[in-house]
Every structure is written in C-alpha cells, then in structure tokens.
Design a protein. Sequence first.
Length: 209
Amino acid sequence: MKKTFLVLLLSGIAFHSIAQDDKKEKENDKEKKFKKENLFVGGDLNVSFYSGGTVLGIGPYFGYSINKYVDVAASLGFNYISQRDYYYTGDKLRQNDFGPGAFVRLYPVHFLFAQVQYEHNFIRQKYIPVSGTGPDEIVRFDANSVLIGGGYTSGRRDGNKTFYYFSVLWDVTRVAESPYVDNLGRSVPIIKAGINFALFQEKQRRGRW
C-alpha cells in the first residue's frame, strides 16, 4: 500500500514538472515568435556640405525591432549632388543616385544609438564644362558605401517606437565613386534628421527600458 502511494505521489510530481516545463517552453516559443507590434517604418532627410559641393537626400526604410537594444531595417536612398570646380575652374558636376541598403541600430540607452548602414548606389553623373571646353558628359556607374555613426532620439521606449531622431554618419569605405566622398577623396559627414513610426503601436502601458 505504501509502495503504491509512493508511486502515485512520484508520478503526480513528475507529471506536474512535465506540465510546468511544457508551459515554460510554450511561453518561450511565444516570446520568440514574430511580433507585428515590433514592425516600423520611417524616413530621413540628409544634407552634407563641403568645399565646392552639396549633397541632399531622402531615405525611407522598413524595419523590425529584434529586442529593446537592436533595430534592423531595409532602406532605399535617393541623393542629389552638386559640385563646382571639379576638373577646371567654373566647371560643374551634377549627380543623381539611388540604391537599396540595410542598417542596424544599437541602443545602449533609449535615447542614443549607434548605426551601421550598407548601401549600393546606382549613379548618374553629368559633367558640365561651363568654360566652353566641350559638350556635357554623362556617365553611369555604381558604388558601395558603408556608413557608420550615431544619433539621438526623442525617446524609443517599450511600447513606444514612434520618435524623432538626429544622426551623423561617415562613409568609411572612402571609395572615390561614393556619394559621400568629396573630390579630394575625403569622407564628408552625413547629417540626417528623420522620424520613426510604429506600424502597430501597442496599447499597453508605456514603460521605460
């Protein structure tokens, strides 16, 4: 009788433990699943100035918050570049480029982030010899860029992924064809200001991370 009772008791404890473990596994699996409230869209305007040149651009993106520290996104960039004195005094260069890319943002705290961004730019360049030395020349080519920098947000918090931000980035590749390198091969700062929108904003309390 005692042995039967002991077997039943141990069986009950084992069953309870298995049930608890199964519950924990289901909760963990649920946490790991895709969450639509982590989706976001956004866009920014960028501007750069350097000796004899100006860069103006716009960059929409679509992304996902992996956790409270990391955002990833696919992006698309459009830039217009104007330069003077490119080859000869008074000559002009006009450049349009667009291309896909992707970035990762790391948030050590909710209002600061570091960013690494890759871009592949398709470029149309028009050289205008205003000195009368010849006709306009148009060339097309492409170039990769790797942008690294950081920024400040108006507050990215748990349950609130809609915010404004400001950032400064540099192209560390410094390839001559990059939209973010001047005619002397120097990487110029890319100043961006934009907004991030949560697609499915959580209605729960907005706590701080």
